[in-house]
Design a protein around this ligand. Structure first.
Ligand SMILES: [Zn+2]
Length: 89
């Protein structure tokens, strides 16, 4: 019996949180509304890389709040852009 060791970077679905960029025109996978850039609002989106059977399948976009409401289906979103983090809320 040989045991298979999982690679350090497992091919599993994961999510990151990013600032919404100007010109963004993606649709939120939960509420079907556009994830819009809004000047001065510094809105956050969640981008999920979805894997099935160890293979990359698709990218899904969410409003950050929608992702939370959905119960973080692809795990807690990792923050990528530290500088855009709001001091408090
Ligand atoms: Zn949404």
């Amino acid at each position: 019996m040989s045991s298979t060791t999982a690679p350090a970077t497992a091919m599993v679905s994961r999510a990151v949180q990013r600032r919404v960029e100007a010109g963004s025109s993606v649709m939120c996978a939960r509420c079907d509304q556009q994830v819009k850039f809004a000047a001065r609002q510094n809105r956050q989106q969640v981008i999920a890389n979805v894997y099935a059977d160890g293979r990359w399948t698709r990218v899904e976009h969410f409003h950050a709040e929608c992702y939370d409401e959905a119960g973080a289906p692809y795990g807690k979103a990792a923050e990528q852009d530290i500088r855009s983090r709001r001091p408090s809320s």
